[in-house]
Design a protein around this ligand. Structure first.
Ligand code: PEP
Length: 252
């Protein structure tokens, strides 16, 4: 059975003190929630990961990384390897976020290497992808999404998919306040699930969690999460306030 997941991508927000406070707030407010088959993930910035891992011990919250480098080690100033993440207790990493692609120039080929490296290092991946506004306006959004998956993650074997979470994030909805309608999200998620079935098999298709990301907030979460192929959300802005994040978790 596929899992429900709410993941908070904190991006370059929250210093050490703020990280401590936000984790404390989230832990406190979700303590009594019946979180059966639901995972709550938070992705603080690199420097705060190790402490965050300690702070979530004995709670329902898991700490994940926002990115990693594809190489094992070496002359890659400023970068972090899978082994470094594993060594502090992190086993899940977000890859392919649209900001990594557009601001930091991560290509489909680089992402393919990162995906391979993560799987080889027994990491779980939250793989992000999604079309730009012009793709949707020109009715190319399905093709764009299909190519993003084909070019960076469909090289994996069927057995690897138990370590993959997909996050469909239309770029035009990220941090813009504009959200895909629940119907638009469902339509794309169903398309992705069908691609998984065609490329792999029914099991991979049915067991892979597909999250929606793009301006999810307490006010719209319930409607989006009510769609049958939406298994949760990757949350940016609204993950920075424990009340909002908790309200989104409650909506699942
Ligand atoms: C994100 O950055 O992954 C995201 C979905 O951001 P926001 O919720 O702020 O649109």
């Amino acid at each position: 059975m596929r899992q429900k997941i709410v993941a908070g991508n904190w991006k370059m927000n929250n210093n050490a003190k703020e990280t401590k406070q936000l984790i404390k707030g989230i832990k406190k407010s979700i303590k009594k929630l019946p979180l059966e088959n639901t995972r709550v993930l938070v992705a603080p910035t690199f420097v705060n990961l190790a402490k965050a891992v300690k702070r979530v011990k004995k709670s329902n919250v898991e700490v994940v990384a926002q990115n990693m480098h594809q190489s094992k080690n070496g002359a890659f100033t400023g970068e972090i390897s899978a082994d470094m993440l594993q060594s502090i207790g992190i086993s899940t990493v977000i890859l392919g976020h649209s900001e990594r692609r557009s601001v930091f120039g991560e290509t489909a080929a680089v992402l393919q290497e990162k995906v391979t490296a993560a799987i080889q290092n027994n990491m779980e991946i939250i793989f992000c992808f999604g079309e730009m506004l012009e793709d949707r306006k020109s009715n190319n959004h399905f093709k764009v999404v299909e190519n993003q998956l084909k070019n960076s993650i469909f090289h994996l074997e069927a057995r690897d998919w138990e370590h993959v979470i997909l996050a469909y994030e239309p770029v035009w909805a990220i941090g813009t306040g504009e959200t895909a309608s629940p119907e638009q999200a469902q339509e794309m998620h169903a398309f992705i699930r069908n691609l998984l079935k065609e490329t792999y098999n029914n099991e991979v298709s049915e067991n892979t969690s597909i999250l929606y990301g793009g301006s999810v907030k307490p006010a719209n979460a319930k409607e989006i999460f009510s769609k049958p192929d939406v298994d949760g959300g990757l949350i940016g802005g609204a993950a920075l306030k424990s009340e909002d994040f908790t309200a989104i978790i409650k909506a699942i």
